[in-house]
Design a binder for this molecule. Structure first.
Ligand SMILES: [Zn+2]
Length: 342
């Protein structure tokens, strides 16, 4: 319950999608109620390039337009296919517990942002779209900057325009090395994505500036080969410095947008404790979309019910550890959102 994820036997009353009453009770059904996750970094448009066979380095695959294979596949895909693919990934997120929302870096300028808005119509997750290629300066709620090293002097103007329009600014930074982190920090962004490679001095600056960091370590970083050690990203150094960390699954091209799998990897490989991981998996919503999914009266009822009778999880002696390492859609009872009930 609440922001600390302590385990309690309760009845939760929901009216019109809002938690109106929570009361302690002695006997409860064989169900666990878990706050909806917020996937703080996705590239849902990549769904059309899922698991493509490709030679060459990952850098070549995701290189900025027009060269990278990813961008060539995106250009060759019809708008209808792109919308269908992104809608399928959004359903996949919901079916794996992401009832809160997501923050997406979206290519394709203004049409690209609009396609993702269409794709989210059924599920209506809370979404912030960080547009790229011009999309962030108009209809998107944010501007997504791939590494500052991909831009020239025009970046200052792009950011000034986005700021004037009240957009949130997010930067990829420190994915391959730490050399683009200082340039990103110079723009005082609303969030950084990756920080797989950051120096102690940069961690201090990030903490002092109160800039949240979305890490995608468990699978994206390992899959893309930008880390091979649990020292990168330096998760514990960032937590100890007071940096707020959120979890994101990154490119659907390489990694399923499944926060449950992300949490399990994070726990096993980075040895992060369960309450901290749950905070990282839900916390982005409060800042990015101004919604808190914690189980607290008057909050939106964006939670998942798991039926323990459907799996072996009911034998758990540590519910929080079981939630972050073992739960999946097999035991999911559902949520109040339409896309799961259809
Ligand atoms: Zn990314």
């Amino acid at each position: 319950m609440g922001d600390d994820f302590d385990e309690r036997n309760v009845r939760i009353v929901v009216a019109d999608g809002v938690i109106t009453h929570i009361e302690e009770i002695d006997r409860v059904p064989d169900q666990w109620i878990v706050p909806g996750f917020f996937n703080a970094h996705t590239h849902l448009g990549d769904t059309v390039a899922m698991d493509v066979d490709a030679a060459g380095s990952i850098g070549d695959l995701v290189a900025p337009p027009p060269d990278g294979l990813k961008h060539r596949i995106l250009r060759a895909s019809s708008p209808r296919l792109c919308v269908e693919a992104m809608a399928a990934s959004i359903r996949t997120m919901a079916q794996t517990g992401t009832w809160g929302g997501f923050a997406d870096f979206r290519e394709g300028g203004i049409p690209g942002v609009e396609y993702l808005q269409q794709a989210n119509t059924d599920c209506s997750l809370d979404a912030v779209i960080f547009g790229r290629d011009g999309g962030g300066e108009s209809v998107g709620a944010g501007l997504g900057v791939s590494s500052s090293r991909h831009y020239g002097e025009e970046l200052t103007k792009i950011i000034e325009r986005a700021r004037a329009d009240g957009k949130q600014i997010a930067f990829h930074a420190g994915e391959k090395d730490s050399r683009d982190v200082d340039a990103a920090l110079a723009f005082d962004p609303d969030m950084l994505v990756h920080c797989t490679h950051v120096t102690p001095a940069q961690i201090r600056r990030i903490a002092d500036a109160g800039i949240p960091v979305v890490i995608c370590p468990p699978r994206s970083n390992w899959r893309l080969g930008v880390t091979s050690s649990n020292q990168n990203p330096p998760v514990h150094a960032m937590l100890e410095a007071g940096v707020e960390l959120w979890l994101g699954t990154d490119n659907v091209m390489f990694v399923q947008p499944d926060m449950a799998a992300e949490m399990a990897f994070c726990h096993y490989v980075y040895h992060i404790d369960a309450p901290t991981i749950l905070k990282m998996a839900t916390g982005g919503g409060a800042q990015i979309v101004d919604r808190n999914y914690s189980l607290i009266k008057d909050h939106d009822a964006r939670f998942t019910r798991y039926n323990m009778a459907r799996s072996n999880a009911g034998f758990s002696k540590n519910i929080l550890n079981t939630i972050i390492t073992r739960l999946n859609s097999i035991s999911m009872e559902g949520s109040l959102l339409n896309c799961y009930l259809k």
